[in-house]
Ligand binder design. Structure first.
Ligand code: FES
Length: 116
């Protein structure tokens, strides 16, 4: 994808994202703007492009706010689509069955890094 960070790009330390919250990362600008987020949960890290498959809008209404009130699903606040946290599949809303785009990440010495 245009503007996407190369494998090996360091994002932040795991400890920089409090458990249960997410952090947004932006690369490039203009038509090459690439925005992604990493959600930290007890079961691991989940990283997706911040781009809803319904209308290509960012999901978060405030930076880093990606979860439903009960914190069981990812939410696109533009039109209310809901996605599973584990695989980013839309389970409710106008893009039912579509998916968010995963960003592969790994942790090296406590640093979240874009994987190859
Ligand atoms: S842009 Fe996400 S539900 Fe419409």
């Amino acid at each position: 994808m245009p503007g996407a960070p190369a494998a090996g790009t360091e994002l932040c330390r795991v400890d920089d994202i409090a458990e249960g919250t997410a952090k947004v990362f932006s690369f490039g600008d203009g038509k090459e703007l690439f925005e992604m987020f990493v959600l930290r949960r007890p079961e691991g890290l989940f990283a997706y492009v911040n781009d809803c498959p319904h209308a290509r809008s960012p999901l978060d209404w405030r930076p880093g706010e990606f979860l439903t009130l009960d914190k069981t699903l990812l939410l696109c606040t533009m039109h209310g689509a809901r996605f599973t946290i584990e695989d980013g599949i839309c389970v409710l809303g106008p893009c039912l069955g579509d998916s968010l785009t995963k960003v592969p990440v790994e942790v090296n010495d406590g640093v979240i890094t874009v994987a190859g």
